[in-house]
Design a protein around this ligand. Structure first.
Ligand SMILES: [Zn+2]
Length: 84
């Protein structure tokens, strides 16, 4: 029970896509364990955390948790009638 494995379930080293927010540019930090909540950091912080360059790595664009909430609030249906 005391064995600690370096490999994390659900994450293939070197092949995981880097999720970047298309609005504010924050990058999602890797999960340390299953169930770890999403953490969004700046590109610079990400590179510092993992000692790597983001340039040249596969990036997928998405919304970070903050921008997603903001986006959902903005697109919520409004009953304003623009037409006469
Ligand atoms: Zn964002």
């Amino acid at each position: 029970m005391a064995t600690f494995r370096q490999g994390v379930n659900g994450g293939l080293p070197g092949t995981s896509l880097i999720a970047m927010c298309c609005v504010c540019g924050l990058v999602r930090a890797r999960k340390a364990f299953a169930g770890d909540p999403d953490r969004w950091v700046t590109k610079r912080a990400y590179e510092h955390m993992y000692g790597m360059r983001l340039v040249g790595n596969p990036v997928t664009h998405t919304y970070c948790s903050g921008c997603h909430t903001d986006f959902m609030q903005r697109v919520r249906p409004t009953r304003q009638t623009l037409a006469p």
